[in-house]
Design a protein around this ligand. Sequence first.
Ligand SMILES: NC(=O)c1ccc[n+]([C@@H]2O[C@H](COP(=O)([O-])OP(=O)(O)OC[C@H]3O[C@@H](n4cnc5c(N)ncnc54)[C@H](OP(=O)(O)O)[C@@H]3O)[C@@H](O)[C@H]2O)c1
Length: 241
Amino acid sequence: MKSAARSKARAEQRPRATPFVAATFAMTVDGKVTTKNRGTVDFTSREDKLHLMRQRALGDAVLVGHTTLERDNVRLGIPHPDLRAQRLARGQPAYPIRVIVSNRGRINPSLNIFQTDFAPILIFSTTRMPRRIREQLRKRAILHLTESSQIDLRRVLRQLRAQYGVKYVACEGGPALFRSLLELRLVDQLNLTIAPFLFGGRKAPTLTGVNSGFLARTVRCSLIDMNVAGEECFLTYKIKH
Ligand SMILES: NC(=O)c1ccc[n+]([C@@H]2O[C@H](COP(=O)([O-])OP(=O)(O)OC[C@H]3O[C@@H](n4cnc5c(N)ncnc54)[C@H](OP(=O)(O)O)[C@@H]3O)[C@@H](O)[C@H]2O)c1
């Protein structure tokens, strides 16, 4: 069975309150996912970009942290008609629901994602979101605002499952969000591309961010698939809980 089909099958098998979460990242040989100023750095091939789209296309929802949304200004669509056709054949809508998480809620309504309406946009944030921004975003997205100062990611995932029928989340980072999900044991799979570059930079984030602290618990991964295409290595890890 192909790796993507296996991931989907694993997601289907598991009766649970939170969806299956597969995170997809690309990193340099020295483990960096971007440079220290977190600008948009394009260090991967067309093959890797297609790989990201394939992973996104598996999701009932695609999830990103606010900083990634802002820095990369992504629309989170699926530009490939064949991938959309495969989704329809699987009984999914053509595009996944787009989900943004932000604690502070200072999200710029002029970002590219808000100029498109091909799929619902859900924003999970807090009542710290300024009123003016709320009013603007409400026209383009569904807001879920909690009274507490931080959102509860487990609750967010439960709600995605219960209210929106999301069984499979394609998480596209960034590192801060990934680290939080890992610490809550909410990640099931990591799709990791190793690209043939070295960036260096103490302040350039790795997969788990720039936080120098250890994770509260070492996370064990199990390599379940590996492919080499050109000079990139595509790894699939099951995250052990
Ligand atoms: N190479 C790759 O594969 C890859 C993939 C993804 C991203 N990136 C890069 O990573 C950089 C951004 O990553 P990042 O780590 O700075 O930010 P991030 O994980 O994209 O976003 C972090 C933000 O998400 C919100 N958030 C809400 N709840 C959270 C929680 N429980 N845990 C963590 N965040 C939560 C907060 O937004 P508020 O501040 O609004 O409260 C937080 O500041 C960008 O440069 C992007 O290009 C690279």
